[in-house]
Unconditional design. Structure first.
Length: 268
């Protein structure tokens, strides 16, 4: 009898194994991984503005200045309008605001800024507007969307440095970034060999605009070390062929270019 019980137990175990194998074999195979998302060839913001872009290594950059007036749908501040400073309306410079230099009665344009170039200047944002924070006196980490369209982020110092390294020739990097026309007396224009089309949008604070036609500065997410009310910018100037990363007050309004990180699939 004990031998018979052992045989039955063995048979039951074998039946269990066979049943389990059948169940496992009957399961459908796992679905294949989704195909990689192709890099964007343009980007459209929540206001419907579409921007050209260009790839540099593993990053893609907007090649036009941002001109959106509210935060996109994936931002913590989605659909929120940013305060606008005009020639007759001042704003709290410590809170998010933007300026359109074309709205000013006596904008400090130079003669070589055509109507089409003026449209390319985009909007100027203070840092809290660009970074998507409530006030300037704060810091944020890399990968922050801020005012950028969904999927795009505000660049860090490292992003700018990688862009400059990719462009090469540090002594003439500014020349490669600047547009071929529109800069002061045109002698300050560049070659635009980078394809970034950087126009001289100037800067602003509250409702005061200056240096349009002579310089442009692009916001970085990176705050100045030990001083939350300053952040870094990439600066281009009409009388220099170089670029400069420097620290400026967050209350002033500068141009914004957004960056997109390409996902790198590791090789097998």
């Amino acid at each position: 009898m004990q031998g018979l019980k052992k045989i039955k137990m063995k048979n039951n175990s074998l039946l269990f194994v066979i049943t389990l194998m059948f169940v496992l074999c009957a399961c459908p195979p796992p679905p294949p991984p989704p195909p990689p998302v192709p890099p964007p060839t343009s980007v459209t913001d929540i206001d419907g503005n579409t921007y050209s872009v260009k790839q540099f290594g593993t990053t893609i950059w907007m090649t036009e200045n941002l001109r959106v007036t509210r935060y996109d749908t994936l931002s913590p501040r989605r659909d929120e309008l940013i305060a606008v400073a005009t020639y007759e309306h001042t704003v709290d410079i410590e809170k998010p605001y933007y300026i359109d230099v074309q709205d000013f009665k006596e904008p400090p344009y130079t003669d070589n800024l055509t109507k089409e170039i003026r449209k390319s200047l985009g909007l100027l944002y203070n840092w809290s507007a660009a970074a998507g924070t409530q006030t300037n006196n704060t810091t944020v980490g890399s990968g922050t969307q801020g005012i950028c369209p969904n999927g795009w982020v505000l660049p860090t110092n490292d992003d700018y440095q990688q862009l400059l390294d990719y462009i090469g020739d540090p002594d003439i990097s500014g020349q490669k970034l600047k547009s071929i026309s529109g800069w002061y007396t045109n002698s300050g224009s560049g070659t635009d060999k980078s394809g970034m089309h950087c126009y001289p949008a100037g800067l602003a604070a509250n409702n005061f605009v200056s240096l349009v036609g002579q310089q442009t500065m692009f916001w970085s997410l990176t705050s100045s070390s030990g001083y939350n009310k300053k952040a870094n910018v990439l600066k281009l100037f009409y009388d220099s062929d170089e670029t400069e990363i420097l620290s400026v007050n967050k209350f002033q309004a500068n141009s914004v270019r957004c960056v997109y990180y390409i996902s790198v699939v590791p090789e097998d």
